[in-house]
Design a protein around this ligand. Structure first.
Ligand SMILES: Cc1cc2nc3c(=O)[nH]c(=O)nc-3n(C[C@H](O)[C@H](O)[C@H](O)COP(=O)(O)O)c2cc1C
Length: 205
């Protein structure tokens, strides 16, 4: 089967993309609003795109609402735009229920971390806190935010300025024990995830 994207609805394109680009890593992003209130929300339109400089990208869409009204912005985007800082907290299997609790569309100013039972701990280089339970955290500074598309789709580029990896998961040569991280990826459909327990090698000749 093949399709011209111009003949598909946005929803249909979404289905074909999120059910084929698999698995996608999950960034549980913590940010602060202008009053210092903590916000947390997961994003799987996320990846790392460069190591020098170390860059992450988040794809944040507008807040769903009345289809006839202009879309509002998600709290994460408002916060990054107003403070220029955020933390990417990667998600392990044990954190999944709490991550889902953070995805509920709460009013601005609601501390999703507290509601989800996740402990916030201070970051080293940015103001937004990290999530203690997360196996890997990247403290980031917004580099640029691009508006793409008609429906408030924004791409946030952030430079990683501080890296945390769970104690005991790295050795002195910076080899990472990925079993000790137990990261999960987002799969197809509404609620499917994958863990990294099944792996194989394919050597480069
Ligand atoms: C696993 C998962 C991945 C998600 N990925 C995205 C994403 O890439 N982009 C997006 O705009 N929303 C994504 N969402 C939805 C947001 O997390 C949700 O809209 C959240 O309420 C936004 O919160 P905020 O307004 O506090 O920023 C995802 C939700 C889940 C559960």
């Amino acid at each position: 089967m093949d399709w011209s994207v111009s003949e598909l609805t946005e929803r249909e394109v979404y289905k074909l993309l999120v059910n084929t680009v698999l698995p996608r890593p999950i960034a549980l992003v913590t940010s602060l609003d202008a009053k210092g209130g903590i916000n947390a929300a997961p994003f799987s339109f996320f990846n790392v795109f460069s190591h020098a400089p170390p860059l992450v990208v988040l794809g944040i869409e507008g807040r769903a609402g009345d289809p006839d009204e202009p879309m509002g912005l998600k709290d994460t985007l408002n916060n990054i735009r107003s403070t220029g800082e955020f933390v990417v907290n990667l998600v392990d299997r044990a954190m999944l229920p709490a991550m889902n609790a953070c995805a509920v569309d709460h009013a601005p100013g609601v501390d999703e971390l507290a509601l989800a039972g996740l402990e916030a701990v201070p970051s080293r280089a940015v103001a937004p806190p990290r999530i203690a339970a997360s196996p890997v955290q990247f403290e980031c500074r917004e580099t640029v935010t691009l508006a793409v598309g008609r429906r408030q789709r924004m791409l946030v580029l952030g430079e990683i300025i501080h890296i945390w990896v769970r104690d005991g998961a790295t050795n002195e040569r910076l080899h990472v024990d990925i079993d000790a991280l137990d990261l999960v990826g987002r799969l197809h459909g509404a609620d499917w995830y994958v863990s990294l327990r099944e792996r194989f090698q394919s050597p480069r000749k």
